[in-house]
Design a protein around this ligand. Structure first.
Ligand code: SF4
Length: 211
């Protein structure tokens, strides 16, 4: 077995044990295809599924797979007008399962996320019956400080570039702590415990995925 995979497996075991203490249900899969099979089993019968912006999910065909599994996807792009957006919020807060990734995950098992409109973190925190956090092992950070730095200096600038925002990080290549109108960093959220046991399910994948 290649060294990198072995390393990811060892690291993931530590993270998973720490997540259990935090009431998260956590798993490790060697690759995307294993992760999809696991999700299929965890979801069970037909569910209504919402999601937050995530390149991990988009680039690896998770949404297509969820539809193929027979689940009802609440497609954010179908809700454009203010009235439709209100309707979307109501649907998302009551959906069965919400899918997202995480900007960083600490070895100690905390999830770290930065959001602009908060259409991602809001539903991680409250509402959907289950939250699935799907993340590549490249998101692992050794501690909270490093995780916050990863979220601000790696994930956020890459997302700002992707979204064609002209925030200072897109030129500097790291966070410049801006207060621009179009900052994508309005809220920084650390999820350190789930009040509802196993509501948050984390699927770690032994590959480099997303930002
Ligand atoms: S410069 Fe602004 S938009 Fe860019 S990462 Fe920092 S706070 Fe976020």
């Amino acid at each position: 077995m290649e060294v990198a995979k072995k390393y990811y497996q060892k690291q993931a075991q530590v993270v998973i044990n720490n997540m259990k203490r935090r009431n998260f249900e956590a798993y490790y899969c060697d690759n995307v295809s294993e992760a999809k099979k696991l999700i299929f089993n965890l979801l069970g019968s037909k569910k209504t599924i919402g999601y937050g912006g995530s390149m991990t999910l988009v680039e690896n065909g998770f949404f297509e797979s969820l539809e193929d599994m027979g689940h009802e996807l609440i497609k954010r792009e179908d809700y454009k007008t203010p009235n439709e957006q209100d309707e979307l919020k109501k649907k998302l807060i009551t959906c069965d399962a919400f899918f997202t990734s995480s900007n960083a995950i600490t070895m100690d098992g905390e999830l770290i996320n930065i959001d602009g409109a908060c259409s991602r973190v809001a539903y991680m925190l409250y509402g959907p019956k289950e939250v699935y956090v799907v993340a590549g092992m490249n998101k692992i950070s050794f501690n909270r400080e490093e995780g916050l730095s990863r979220a601000s200096n790696v994930a956020a600038p890459k997302n700002a570039i992707r979204l064609n925002h002209e925030t200072p990080c897109t030129k500097a290549g790291k966070c410049m702590n801006c207060l621009d109108e179009d900052t994508i960093c309005c809220d920084i959220v650390i999820t350190r415990f789930s009040r509802i046991k196993n509501r948050i399910k984390v699927i770690l994948i032994g590959e480099e995925l997303g930002y």
